[in-house]
Design a protein around this ligand. Structure first.
Ligand SMILES: [Zn+2]
Length: 89
């Protein structure tokens, strides 16, 4: 078995439904029934960043996005679509 990254409580993983499947899953602040906002801009994988379509609870072959993981561990909120005020770090 590979290493399974522990997803902080209150967040779920989501893998983009595009084909070929993306290698990296992003985290969403919410529940399986209501995933809420993604934890990084790349979680907005549809309509040029205005929406997303994900397989909830799935993880890519490369695991989970490190940016999402770091932000989720810090207990931060998700990012809104097309939000330009978000600073890159
Ligand atoms: Zn991410």
């Amino acid at each position: 078995m590979g290493i399974i990254a522990a997803i902080p409580e209150g967040y779920i993983s989501g893998l983009g439904r595009d084909y070929p499947h993306p290698k990296l899953a992003h985290l969403y602040k919410g529940t399986f029934g209501d995933p809420g906002l993604p934890m990084c801009r790349r979680g907005w994988n549809r309509d040029d960043g205005e929406s997303y379509s994900i397989w909830r609870g799935n993880i890519g072959t490369n695991g989970i996005c490190k940016v999402c993981m770091r932000r989720a561990r810090a207990g931060l909120d998700g990012v809104k679509a097309k939000e330009s005020g978000q600073s890159e770090s």
